[in-house]
Structure formats: structure tokens, C-alpha cells
Design a protein around this ligand. Structure first.
Ligand SMILES: *Cc1c(COP(=O)(O)O)cnc(C)c1O
Length: 441
């Protein structure tokens, strides 16, 4: 029986796993393992699904890829081809987008503690939007704009008092967040007034982000209504009407067959309905709706290929450990927050499972176990395993722990594979080190 996360497209004539039309065993052989592989058509399809709903419902919209999920030159180029915007949260992500030739007018810069250098860089490169988060930032940004004698568009991030968790949301309390301006105490109003008085900033909209890996739409709908209410209050109180309302990202994906998140189009459909109803009620003009999907655009498109090495059987009914050539350095999520993934035997994803195993990484931490209770056929050293849905927060959070080099990244599309991030070498890992014993100049 084949894993539910796979489709008929994932099998080639030899019965091997294929990704973007390329045999996973060929990929492992050609590029070595561990290896991240993205099925780029899946990324494109997911974007089209989001776009389609907005277009069917005839609303103005913006889709901005939250690139902290996976930032690389190649992925910014795919996003640019698909015509969507992108969020960046650091000078490093911004530099990567610049190197990719991504249109700066379509970049939104996020963060609760942007440095002066980062703001200078963003302003110098004319990024489309700066999502302002706090008073210190407004102050810094005003100074930077003054120095560079220029202007910028900003979006005001608020703390909506709604926190979404995977299967629930909380609409009271939850004002205790490091992000955004508080509503209750009037911080958000004060931010608006300061910005309206600035000659160098123009307010484009209001923003909230309620959580990540969210499975149902109620939290988003509540946030959408709250944001419309804020907009209506600003119109009544200050005569200022926002052009856009941004409900953030966090649309959940299915990592295992036990999970059942809503489909992307259903999330968006619900948000549009909630917003239209609240707009009707409050009598403001319908603003453009912006969303910021990260995980949902790249997560399901990503696979990690590993080579099986050692095996440890433990008498007494314990699950065996199957060790692979990667681990917490290329995927910290299982160790960091018990994230679950499913893994298949690449040579024959349909092979019946004969045992349940723990997939252990090679890092020197007992907690470096990538998966528990994974059903698999009997594997041997040299076999290739493919962990599914690893496209978000995998490479993005990769480290050189134990001075292991980080894996390569390949994009596969229409039967062709392209290397988009080179594999690090052991030499790369010490490239920033300086020789303590060197003669002082
Ligand atoms: C992380 C983040 C997102 C994306 O979250 P996903 O769970 O990857 O969709 C969107 N907006 C903001 C402000 C974020 O911090």
C-alpha cells in the first residue's frame, strides 16, 4: 500500500519514487545524500490554488510568500515567475532576494527588531512595504528615510488578541505577544497617528498574523473581522481608510495521514466571506486582502533523501533504530517540537511494511531521532529513504552542528533536476574560522 501523502505521479515505471518526474534513486546517486529535493510544479500548483479563489470571488488581493520557510535564490525566482510577492525578515533574506533579481517593489520587510542597517538596506533598495512593528522602529525608519531623502509605504502590524493553535483558537487574552502594536491600550492608534503625521511614510494597510500550522479557519475569520473593525475605527476616528488588510499566514499542511488541515482554498474562501460581511456591517470600502503563506507553498513540495547506515536492535520489544546520514542538522523540527513526518522506501514506496522503526540521525544527541514508529520494509545499509513534506523550515533552519556540512538542494520539474544550493564541504564548515596561532601583523 502506498503512503497517503504520495500520488500516482510519485511512481515511475520501475516502481521507484520519483520527484518532479525524476527518479529519487538517480537523484541520490547524482547529488549524494542527505539531499533536499523540491517538486517545483507542486509549489506552482499551490500558488495557483490560492490565486484562483481570490479571482473567482472578484476581490483585490496580494499573496506574499513568507520566505522564512525556505529562502534561496532559486525559490525567489520561482515566486517571481508566478507573479507573487515575498516577505523577508532579515538583511540576509533581503540580500538573497536581491541576488535572485526579485522585484523589490514586491518585497515586504517584517520583524520585531529590524536593525538600523537592515532598514537602511531596505530603504536603499526601495522595498515595496515595511511592516512596522513598534515605536522604536517607526523612529528609526523616519531617521533613515530622512537621511536618504526618500519615502516608503508601511503596513501597521497589530496584536489582534487572537492566537490560533493547530486545532483551536483563543479570542480572549493572548495580547501577550512580542509582535505588533497592542489594540486595547491604544498603541495601534498612536502608531497610526505618528505615521500619518510623517511626511515620509504612507500607510498602506493593517496586518496581523495569528499562528502557524493552523488547521481550521475560525481563527483567521475572527482576525479578519477584527482587522476590519480596526480599519472602521481608524476611518471614523482619523478619517483614514486602509487600502489593504493582511491576515498573515499559517495555513496548515498535512504531515501525516492522521492530520486533516483545511484545503488552502477553503481557508481563503472563509476569510473573504468573513471580511465581506464585516465590511458590509461597518460600511468601509472593501480593502484588498493580503495573505502570507509560507509552509503551505513549499512544505508539501519538499522531500529529504537519506542513505541508511547502521542499525541497532534492542532486545525486549523496543523499536529498532535505523540511522541515516542526516538528522537534526538538516531537520530540527522533530527534536525542537516533536514534529512528525512520514518516510518511504524510495526503491519501492509500495512495498509492504514489515516493521516499525525509529529513524535516528547521526548527530551526537540522544534527541536526534527524526521519526518514531515508522512502518518500513526491512532496509539495509545503502538503501535510500525519502522523508516527505520537508520543504518548509528544513533547510531554512539547518545548522552545522557537529560541524556537519549542510546538504545540497535540488529543484526537480518536468523530468529535469537542477542543483540550486551546493552541498557544503568539510572545508566550508571552517571557512569563517581564523587561526589563533597566526603571527600578528
Ligand atoms: C511565519 C510567518 C508567516 C508564515 O507562516 P507559515 O506557517 O509558514 O505559513 C506569515 N506571516 C508572518 C508575519 C510570519 O511571521
Amino acid at each position: 500500500m502506498m503512503n497517503e501523502q504520495l500520488t500516482a505521479d510519485n511512481l515511475n515505471d520501475a516502481g521507484h519514487l520519483q520527484i518532479g518526474g525524476v527518479d529519487a534513486l538517480t537523484l541520490a546517486h547524482q547529488f549524494d545524500t542527505p539531499l533536499y529535493v523540491y517538486d517545483i510544479n507542486k509549489v506552482r500548483d499551490q500558488i495557483q490554488r490560492f490565486k484562483h479563489v481570490f479571482e473567482q470571488r472578484h476581490v483585490h488581493y496580494g499573496i506574499s510568500y513568507a520566505s522564512k520557510a525556505f529562502s534561496s535564490i532559486g525559490i525567489y525566482q520561482v515566486m517571481a515567475q508566478e507573479g507573487i510577492h515575498t516577505d523577508v525578515v532579515s538583511g540576509g533574506e533581503l540580500q538573497t532576494a536581491i541576488n535572485a533579481g526579485f522585484p523589490m517593489a514586491k518585497v515586504a520587510f517584517h520583524g520585531n527588531n529590524k536593525s538600523r542597517e537592515e532598514l537602511e538596506m531596505a530603504v536603499k533598495h526601495d522595498v515595496g512595504l515595511i511592516i512596522v512593528d513598534n515605536f522604536h522602529e517607526i523612529d528609526l525608519l523616519n531617521k533613515v528615510l530622512q537621511e536618504q531623502q526618500t519615502h516608503c509605504k508601511v503596513v501597521i502590524r497589530i496584536t489582534p488578541g487572537i492566537a490560533a493553535h493547530t486545532n483551536s483558537y483563543i479570542a480572549t487574552g493572548q495580547v501577550d505577544s512580542k509582535f505588533g502594536f497592542d489594540l486595547q491600550s491604544g498603541q495601534a492608534d498612536r502608531a497610526l497617528q505618528i505615521i500619518l503625521q510623517s511626511e515620509r511614510m504612507e500607510v498602506f494597510g493593517v496586518h496581523a498574523h495569528i499562528g502557524s500550522q493552523v488547521f481550521d479557519g475560525r481563527g483567521f475569520n475572527a482576525a479578519a473581522r477584527k482587522l476590519v473593525d480596526v480599519a472602521a475605527h481608524w476611518k471614523a476616528q482619523y478619517g483614514y481608510e486602509v487600502s489593504s488588510i493582511n491576515v498573515g499566514g499559517g495555513f496548515g499542511i498535512q504531515y501525516s495521514s492522521l492530520q486533516s488541515p483545511m484545503a488552502p482554498e477553503d481557508f481563503v474562501d472563509g476569510i473573504i466571506t468573513a471580511m465581506e460581511e464585516e465590511v458590509q456591517k461597518t460600511g468601509i470600502n472593501m480593502p484588498a486582502i493580503w495573505i502570507e503563506p509560507g509552509r503551505s507553498l513549499v512544505g508539501p513540495a519538499g522531500y529529504t533523501l537519506y542513505t541508511v547506515g547502521s542499525r541497532k536492535d534492542i532486545p525486549g520489544g523496543y523499536e529498532p533504530f535505523i540511522s541515516v546520514d542526516g538528522g537534526m542538522g538538516d531537520n530540527i523540527r522533530p527534536a525542537l517540537y516533536q514534529a512528525e513526518y512520514e518516510t518511504v522506501y524510495a526503491r519501492d514506496p509500495q512495498a509492504p511494511a514489515t516493521e516499525r522503526v525509529r529513524i535516528a540521525g547521526k548527530y551526537c544527541e540522544s534527541g536526534d531521532v527524526l521519526a518514531m514508529h515508522q512502518p518500513l520494509p526491512k532496509t539495509h545499509p545503502g538503501d535510500i529513504l525519502a522523508m516527505l513534506d520537508t520543504g518548509a523550515y528544513g533547510y531554512a533552519m539547518a545548522s552545522n552542528y557537529n560541524r556537519n556540512p549542510r546538504p545540497a538542494v535540488v529543484f526537480a520539474e518536468n523530468g529535469e533536476a537542477r542543483l540550486v544550493i551546493r552541498r557544503e564541504t568539510p572545508a566550508d564548515v571552517s571557512r569563517l574560522d581564523l587561526n589563533y596561532l597566526a603571527v600578528k601583523m
